[in-house]
Design a protein. Structure first.
Length: 182
């Protein structure tokens, strides 16, 4: 952990990374170990993911929120899958989306309730498309990351990000149109 803290200049950012690590490192290890089935490789995946998280500290406002948790989960899943691909030469491993997206501690106003209802409906639709498409849509629109940042997190090319986004939008649109016609 000390090595990661030396990568950061500001005290506030160091404290944020330390709190993130304390809160999520066991969860990250669990996810990585579920994918890799190897505790040593899982620990390597956690360390690599923490290095990636350092690049996005400025985008993390609240360590406790589900948005942060989803970003952490996406990074560790991507890192672990990359390690698994290198080890096993597997093309792609589809993983379920995390089930916690909506923060239930938000104020109860009409606009927020409507937005949460729409978000919940959209998240349900995301579970109906391929996990790789759901992940990329979530990174783009929920976390508001650029294509280059998404490419970095998922370890894919910038062009591949654009292709996946296009396919993901088309898949989501198809599902939403099918639901409306029912």
């Amino acid at each position: 952990m000390l090595l990661f803290l030396t990568m950061i200049d500001g005290t506030e950012e160091r404290n944020k990374l330390e709190r993130l690590y304390i809160k999520y490192h066991k969860y990250m290890f669990y996810i990585a170990n579920e994918i890799l089935n190897n505790p040593n490789e899982a620990q390597d995946a956690v360390q690599s993911s923490i290095i990636k998280v350092v690049n996005y500290l400025d985008k993390i406002d609240d360590i406790e929120c589900n948005k942060t948790k989803y970003l952490i989960v996406t990074i560790i899943k991507s890192t672990s899958i990359d390690m698994l691909r290198r080890r096993s030469k597997i093309e792609y491993l589809s993983l379920d989306l995390t089930d916690e997206y909506i923060d239930i501690n938000t104020p109860n106003t009409e606009d927020i309730v409507i937005r949460l209802s729409e978000t919940k409906e959209l998240l349900e639709k995301l579970t109906e498309i391929k996990a790789e498409y759901a992940d990329i849509l979530t990174l783009k629109y929920y976390h508001e990351l650029s294509d280059r940042e998404i490419a970095d997190i998922l370890s894919i090319s910038h062009e591949n990000v654009r292709t996946r986004l296009s396919r993901a939008r088309a898949a989501l649109k198809k599902i939403m149109i099918e639901d409306r016609s029912k």
